[in-house]
Structures are given as C-alpha cells and as structure tokens.
Design a protein around this ligand. Structure first.
Ligand code: PEP
Ligand code: MG
Length: 580
C-alpha cells in the first residue's frame, strides 16, 4: 500500500529510487561494566575504532570531486581535527580504565560531558560546535557497534530509478558528500530544518532532499520504492502505477522545462509593460558565484558569510576573510551584497529543530548585528576584511536583524572608523560602498520610513520576517505548518517596507526564500518589488514569469486583493494571480 509522508522540502527536484536506511547520529548504546582483565582489550577496541573513523574521513576527503566548493572540504577537516585532539580519547580511555566501562558507554559518557560544556558557553558560535561533536562521536560509535557503515557500500544497481534514497535520522555534512558520489538520488531525514548545513549542501550539490519526516525510518522498509518531491516536501512510499507514471511525467516535464528556461539566460528581465526587474542570486559558498553566472544573475543580492565561520576550530583571521571575500567579489558579475555575520539562533546548524525550544529563546537573543555590536573585535575584523575586498569589484554591505536606527548608526560608525584606519594604513578600497539593512524584524518594517533615512538600501529577509511576525520558530518542524508568507500581517509589512523605500528613494530588494518561490512572483511584482534575490536554481523560472508579466495590471489586482477584509476572498484573489 502506498504511504505519503510529509516533511520540509529543502532541496528541489523529484527523485524515484529505493529506500536505503542508514544510522545517523542516534545510535543505541548499551552501557555495562567490563572485567579488570578486559580493560586493555576495551581500550584497544576504542583505539582501533578511533583510527578507523579517521581513515574513513580521510577517504571522504580524498574522494571529494574536483569542482566541489572548497568550503565543503572544511566541514570534513573540522571533524578530522576533532579526532586528532587528544582530549576526547583521553576522557574515553580514562572512563574505561577508572570506571571499567565498555568502550561504547565510555565514549557516550565522554560525549555527553563535552556537549554539556559547550551547552554552558555564552558564545553562540562555540555552542554550534556541539553538533560537530555529535557527528564525530557517532562515526566512532558506529564502528564500535559494528553497525552498518555510515553509508551503504557503493551501489551496483542499475541507474535511474533503482538509485538509492537514503533515509536517516540525520546526516552529517561529510556523509552528504559521499552520498552525492554514490548514485544517491535523494535523501530524507527525520530531523533538521532548511538552514542546516546538510540542507545547504544538498542544495549546492543538487540533491533533492526532505527533512523533518518524523518516524521515517520506522515507517519505511529497506528496498521499498520511494518518490521524493524535494520542492513540495513530500515523500511517497510504494507508489502505485498511476502515481509512478505521474511522477515520471513530472520529471520529464521538469527536464524539458529546464532546457527551455536555459534559453532565457541572456534575455533581459523586463516585464511585458517595460519594467526592468533585477534578478540576483543568493550564495552561501564562494564557489556558488559560478552557478549565479551560469543562470545569468545580474549580481549577488545576498552572500551569507556565516559559512566561513562555521565548522572550524578557530575564527577566521582578517587575512583569511579578506582572501575569501576578495575571491568572491572578483568572481561575481555585477554588484555583490555581502551580509555581515549572522550567527546565533537558527545558524547553530543541523540539530536545531531536534533540540526543541531552549530556555533562553535564542532566536530572540544575541544574534546577528546584536552579537557583532557586542563583540566589536569580531565585527571589526570582518568589516576590515570586507572593506579591503571592496577594491576588487562592486560591493555593498548589508547588516542583518536590524531592529532600530541606533543599531544601524552604530554599525555605520564602526564601518567608517575601519575605513579611516585602513586608509591610513594605505589599503585600497572602493570609493563608495553602500550600507543597507535587512528588514527581517517586524519593528524594522514598521519603522521603515525612519530607518530609510539612514540606510542606503533595504533587503527584505522574509525567512526571519515571517518567523518573527507569526511567532514561529523557523527551524521547528512542529510549527512549520504555520509558516505563511501570505498572512495579511506579513504582506502588510512587505508593502510598508517597499513603500518606505520608494518614498525615501532607496532601493528595496527581497532576499528571503519568498523571492525565489514562483508562487509569489506575481504577487511581489504587484506589490512593487523590483529586486529579487534567490537561490540560482530558481532564477530563470522567476525570470520567465517577469517577462510574461503586466505589472500595472498586477498592481491593480494585488491592491484589490489586499483591500478585501474577507480572508478567504483575499486568498482566492491572490491565488488567481497565478492562474493568469
Ligand atoms: C531571511 O531571513 O530571509 C534571510 C535571507 O536571511 P537568513 O535566511 O540567512 O536568516
Ligand atoms: Mg535572516
């Protein structure tokens, strides 16, 4: 019998394949005492597993194909570094020797103790390391338990629909890389959110993925046929013949459609009634710049710099940041909008959705610009690197999570003081570097007319704007169903922000996921948005809609829809925009 399961689609595409369940990080560990004469052999078991884990990671490292973004290798290097650090091994061996625990039990206890230390840390960046500890320990545990390898053995099955679809509780970034090389058609996990490293890598590697499918491993059988719809966030197990035919048609149609879209690459993004729309790319890894160019993006509307800071033992130095930013600035066609560090809350990566609410409400805490203003040295290092990199192309600096004008002014002052300092040191910099604010906190959208007087541009971050407006944690899959870009409150805030920008004569872009979601393109055009920044894979489809749009007509229809106080009527009028 067929079975539909629902989760969160984090990487688009439809895949048909066979279920291959793997154990991820939540392994069952038995804890027991060993006899005194078994202690040495238990230590030897641990040492062997530890060495084997390192060997596995080195193998993964060596197998990274040419052309894979360099930042991906850094994920693996971090895990290797953690294994090279003696403190974990010493803690495990101490527990085996002193407490006469079995190796698995000792390793789990050492892991829990280490995680507790990270949990206490005030620094949100350091707290993100918990997830790496979990992944590294799981790899050693898996070997100890002689359970399945992290990944199935290389697949000998015929290509196409027999490719494996990996189903796991969670998948590490290192394993994602291996999976992408082993005829894996897609993956499904029980936990995680769209912002986990794993999800981000899946998108970069074009691997369809659905996360947050609760009980997937219990409900699916190994070898069972499975369809994954990475855009809709659904999976269908044991599809019947009719469903299979439908999905095969969709795959074929998607491929034809993609080929047609590619012809639009060099066409100008101008609506039927002559409005020029700027279509920009969001990039996460510096190598994504090539993908942006491939789809003809006019520039980059959001370069998330967090990835340079994650999964590593030390913070990047000014020199390292400068090199990375200069490379990406030079690689991008057009202007690149670089966002300053947005660490904290959801950027604490993979297991955020699983750990549930934390007592101190991290999404409302010290994240993004708040963290940077609190840690001026961290911020200054990044700003200096950015200003130096500005000499290599056209750059704008964007500040995340601005909630009032004071924050913006403080940040701008700091940028100016870095500029003066660098000029005195003789560094080259661009003459003009616009500084703008992300509008992603409702207060900023409401106060947009005031903020607009101090900012050079706005960019609407709908991922957070929706989270904060509707009070739903964006990485908590339990409340994901409430995540609603069409909520009248969200639309009002977007409308106000666009209007405030127009009034003040500053550009307004949108760089949240909504900008790349074709279901909302006509609505956003009708709201007066003229700059869209999105994952490169959506850009040509958005361009097709732009080229086909009559913006004046859309404006009138959107105004009429929004004027309706009947919610059902408003929704159906908005839905009709798509049916044109
Ligand atoms: C947003 O909040 O919409 C956004 C683009 O930023 P991020 O998803 O990185 O928080
Ligand atoms: Mg955001």
């Amino acid at each position: 019998m067929s079975l539909w399961l629902h989760g969160i689609g984090v990487a688009r595409g439809i895949a048909i394949g066979r279920v291959s369940k793997i154990s991820g990080t939540d392994l069952e560990v038995r804890e027991y005492f060993v006899e005194p004469d078994e202690v040495e052999s238990e230590i030897a078991r641990y040492t062997h597993a530890h060495e084997e884990a390192k060997e596995q990671l080195r193998e993964v490292r060596a197998q990274i194909p040419a052309g894979t973004p360099q930042d991906i290798a850094a994920f693996i290097d971090t895990h290797l570094l953690m294994l090279d650090d003696h403190s974990l091994s010493e803690a495990v061996m101490g527990r085996i020797r002193d407490d006469r625990l079995n190796a698995e039990g000792a390793l789990r206890q050492a892991r829990d103790a280490l995680m507790a230390v990270f949990e206490q840390m005030d620094d949100p960046y350091l707290r993100t390391r918990q997830n790496d500890v979990e992944h590294v320990v799981a790899r050693v545990l898996r070997i100890l338990l002689q359970s399945e390898r992290a990944l199935p053995e290389p697949d000998d099955s015929p290509p196409g629909e027999e490719a494996r679809i990996v189903v796991a509780d969670d998948i590490t970034p290192a394993d994602i890389i291996l999976l992408s090389q082993q005829k894996t058609a897609a993956f499904v996990t029980e936990y995680g959110g769209p912002l986990s490293h794993t999800a981000i890598l899946a998108r970069s590697l074009h691997l369809p993925a659905v996360v947050g499918v609760h009980n997937a491993r219990r409900l699916l059988r190994d070898g069972e046929q499975l369809v994954v719809d990475g855009a809709a966030g659904h999976i269908l197990a044991s599809p019947d013949a009719a469903a299979l035919t439908r999905f095969r048609h969709r795959i074929a149609r998607d491929q034809r459609y993609q080929r047609r879209l590619e012809r639009l690459k060099d066409e100008p993004a101008v609506s039927r009634d002559g409005t020029k729309i700027r279509l920009l790319a969001n990039i996460e890894l510096s190598e994504d710049a090539a993908e942006a160019a491939r789809v003809g993006a006019e520039g980059v509307g959001l370069y998330r710099t967090e990835f340079l800071f994650m999964n590593r033992a030390e913070l990047p130095t000014e020199e390292e940041q400068y090199t990375a930013y200069a490379r990406v600035v030079a690689a991008v066609t057009g202007t690149i909008t670089i966002r300053t560090l947005d660490l904290g809350a959801d950027k604490q990566v993979d297991s955020g959705a699983r750990s549930g609410p934390t007592p101190n409400n991290p999404a409302l805490g010290l994240r993004a610009i708040r963290l940077c203003l609190r840690e001026p040295e961290l911020f200054r290092t990044q700003i200096r690197a950015l200003l130096r990199a500005s000499a290599h192309g056209r750059m704008q600096i964007m500040l995340p999570m601005i909630s009032n004008t004071l924050e913006f002014r403080q940040a701008r002052r700091l940028i100016e003081s870095c500029r003066t300092e660098l000029a005195a040191e003789g560094h080259a910099m661009a003459e003009s570097i616009p500084v703008g604010a992300m509008i992603e906190v409702p207060a900023a959208a409401i106060a947009a007319p005031w903020l607009a007087r101090t900012c050079d541009f706005f960019s609407i971050g709908t991922n957070d704007l929706i989270q904060y407006t509707l009070a739903i944690d964006r990485v908590d899959d339990e409340v994901n169903y409430l995540y609603d870009p069409l909520h009248p409150a969200v639309l009002a805030l977007i409308q106000q922000t666009i209007a405030a920008g127009a009034q003040a004569g500053i550009p307004v872009a949108m760089c949240g996921e909504m900008a790349g979601d074709v279901r909302y393109t006509r609505l956003l055009l009708g709201l007066g948005l003229t700059e869209f920044s999105m994952h490169p894979s959506s850009l040509l489809e958005v361009k097709r809609i732009v080229m086909d749009a009559d913006i004046a007509g859309l404006r009138a229809r959107v105004d009429r829809a929004l004027a309706s106080t009947e919610l059902a009527e408003q929704r159906s009028r908005l839905a009709e925009l798509d049916a044109q």
